[in-house]
Design a protein around this ligand. Structure first.
Ligand SMILES: [Zn+2]
Length: 299
């Protein structure tokens, strides 16, 4: 009997130890940038899963069973929205059978809802393959918009996990201070880029160019999501661009062709966290973008 009681007590203690002191929020981030932002704003209070890698194009992702399983156990899904994930996220939500992360619920956060979108089409014609039907979803590249997303995301974390409200508040405060000071630093380094003429591969840089006062004079893709073709590329030869911008995931042949024709330098910029070395968080991402642009402008 004594032995049984001791065993029972042992089991109870083991059971108590197995209960985590503090439950963490399970965050499902659609893209690496939102995983990075959630990490800044939630710190140790969240376990974060990133659904896509920097090498993947978030316009086109396969709704794999492993992603469905991750969404099923999530407390919060953080995505870009503006139809960037329209080809895969709705399917994950349907198959995930997790009511907490469905559209309209507190557990589903769309960053696009927090910012003003550029290039909203007057009329959508998907027959032409346009993948920016709800406006340009690549607003990540404007750090001022990230600040607005950060504030809203922090409120959502506080709503879902009110026990840690004050921790989220101080993490947001800390991030905001560091981010605002970084924006001043980036703007000052980028002063010489104002007015530069740019040809882009995919139309994912308009927010960056808008922020830095640069000008997009053409895109290698005739429409977002439509691969470049020679007839279209030929029209870009007369644009007298200062640089051609692409991301590491783009096909390099069209930009190489244009460079050969015009001598315009090519700049490869990270389009998300982790896309190139030294871009492992949001601060590193913009440090690297500004460094690469400034270096190209010097030549
Ligand atoms: Zn796009």
């Amino acid at each position: 009997m004594k032995c049984q009681i001791r065993q029972l007590a042992g089991l109870l203690v083991a059971g108590l130890l197995a209960v985590p002191v503090q439950a963490q929020l399970n965050v499902f981030a659609c893209e690496p940038e939102w995983a990075a932002l959630a990490q800044e704003l939630a710190g140790e209070h969240a376990t974060i899963f990133t659904a896509t890698h920097a090498s993947q194009d978030p316009h086109y992702v396969q709704a794999r069973p492993s992603l469905i399983a991750k969404l099923r156990s999530a407390d919060l899904a953080v995505c870009t929205g503006a139809e960037l994930e329209i080809g895969w996220m709705p399917m994950l939500q349907r198959r995930g059978r997790n009511p907490a992360v469905l559209p309209g619920q507190a557990g589903y956060f769309e960053a696009a809802q927090q910012v003003e979108l550029l290039e909203k089409p007057a009329k959508l014609d998907r027959a032409e393959g346009d993948v920016h039907g709800a406006g340009n979803p690549h607003f990540l590249m404007d750090p001022r918009r990230i600040l607005r997303v950060a504030s809203a995301l922090s409120s959502r974390l506080q709503q879902l996990d009110p026990g840690n409200k004050s921790a989220y508040e101080s993490l947001l405060q800390e991030f905001t201070t560091r981010w605002q000071s970084a924006i001043r630093r980036w703007q000052s380094s980028a002063e010489g880029l104002r007015g530069k003429r740019v040809v882009v591969h995919h139309r994912e840089w308009i927010y960056l160019l808008d922020w830095l006062g640069m000008q997009r004079v053409g895109s290698l893709e005739p429409k977002p999501g439509i691969p470049p073709n020679l007839a279209h590329l030929a029209t870009l030869k007369e644009q007298q661009a200062d640089m051609i911008i692409l991301s590491p995931r783009n096909d390099t042949k069209p930009s190489a062709w244009l460079q050969k024709q015009t001598g315009t330098p090519i700049v490869v910029l990270p389009h998300t966290v982790g896309a190139v070395p030294n871009s492992d968080d949001l601060f590193g991402l913009f440090d690297e973008v500004i460094r690469r642009l400034s270096e190209s402008a010097k030549t």
